[in-house]
Design a protein around this ligand. Structure first.
Ligand SMILES: Cc1cc2nc3c(=O)[nH]c(=O)nc-3n(C[C@H](O)[C@H](O)[C@H](O)COP(=O)(O)OP(=O)(O)OC[C@H]3O[C@@H](n4cnc5c(N)ncnc54)[C@H](O)[C@@H]3O)c2cc1C
Length: 295
């Protein structure tokens, strides 16, 4: 039980980003940001909340924005919920941003989609979570802020260092995620394989492609789940597909190269060789689906 594992002495509702940054810089590791609060129990269970006495609930901050600009792409505030992001995508870019829609549709149960946030999903830094792989496929960037107006924007692909270890520096808050609006010839897909609907995925795949005259002109494949300690790219597969015709044979041939890209691990959910097999099957399925959507 969380209550026996972790009992904060203080729970605050800061109203501004600066207020959060001020408290984080004062209290350091003894204060922890909480958004949807759905990973905190996991952190406490794994003894990741040691020494934390203050929780800073950031849901009242003005970080719930979802803004599309033709030049800058889509800017998603850190506290936007999965449900709100899915609604935005379905309404505005159902085909071009299908990778995001697919990933969120796979997050269960609905209560988690309603309270879990984009920022919390990223800052948990777990390759088993779905949205981060979709965002890597989209080549998204994340923006963080620190006291005194210091701000960093980095590719999301480099933001994950290890389990529960995002590239967040002392006193930093993730404020926004941003990705370009994919062009009209783009399509994406996300699929995962779980042994049951409440466990972490054995493999999860986010794919974003562009196709012209029935050939792949751009391919990004992000691999999550139990394939390593952070989200990886299937670079060999991507390179093998560039300029090649969109066909099942070409795809089946290219996905064999994924074993050069990642070192899947074995655990009670499945062996490394089973995961390697799943990777090939699920990357191929995602590529076919993404290419269909790109036409
Ligand atoms: C029953 C259940 C089922 C689930 N099923 C799925 C699933 O099918 N697919 C899936 O992908 N995930 C699933 N999850 C995980 C869920 O996606 C994550 O728990 C959620 O994304 C975390 O978001 P949050 O807002 O609740 O984060 P929180 O729990 O509030 O925070 C998580 C971590 O991020 C930090 N943090 C949060 N926001 C920021 C910020 N803006 N800046 C800096 N640090 C920040 C917190 O300090 C904490 O360390 C499930 C969780 C549960 C409990």
């Amino acid at each position: 039980m969380l209550t026996t594992l972790f009992q904060p002495q203080d729970y605050r509702f800061p109203e501004t980003v600066d207020e959060v940054l001020e408290i984080l810089s004062q209290h350091g590791d003894c204060a922890r940001v909480i958004a949807g609060g759905t990973t905190i129990h996991e952190l406490a269970y794994r003894k990741g909340m040691g020494g934390v006495h203050t929780l800073l609930d950031i849901t009242r901050l003005p970080l719930g924005h979802l803004i599309a600009t033709p030049t800058a792409g889509v800017r998603v505030g850190a506290t936007v919920s999965f449900t709100d992001l899915a609604g935005y995508v379905a309404h505005n870019y159902p085909r071009r941003l299908a990778v995001v829609a697919d990933a969120i549709a796979g997050i269960r149960p609905m209560q988690i989609r309603n309270v879990g946030t984009v920022g919390g999903s990223i800052c948990s830094s777990l390759p088993f979570f779905d949205l981060p792989a979709a965002l890597v496929a989209l080549d998204a960037t994340v923006t963080t802020r620190r006291l005194n107006g210091e701000s960093r924007t980095v590719p999301i692909e480099t933001f994950f260092w290890d389990f529960f270890l995002p590239d967040l520096r002392f006193g930093e808050l993730l404020t926004e995620v941003e990705f370009a609006i994919p062009p009209a010839d783009a399509g994406g897909a996300f699929q995962k394989f779980e042994s049951n609907s409440v466990d972490w995925a054995l493999v999860s795949i986010g794919v974003q492609v562009r196709c012209s005259e029935d050939r792949f002109t751009d391919v990004r494949i992000a691999l999550g789940g139990g394939i390593g300690r952070k989200i990886a790219r299937a670079s060999s597969v991507e390179h093998a597909l560039l300029g090649r015709p969109v066909s099942t044979e070409v795809i089946q041939d290219a996905v064999r190269g994924v074993v050069d890209d990642v070192r899947a691990f074995s655990d009670f959910r499945g062996s490394a060789s089973f995961r390697n097999h799943l990777l090939k099957v699920y990357i191929a399925r995602c590529l076919i689906q993404a290419a269909r959507r790109a036409r």
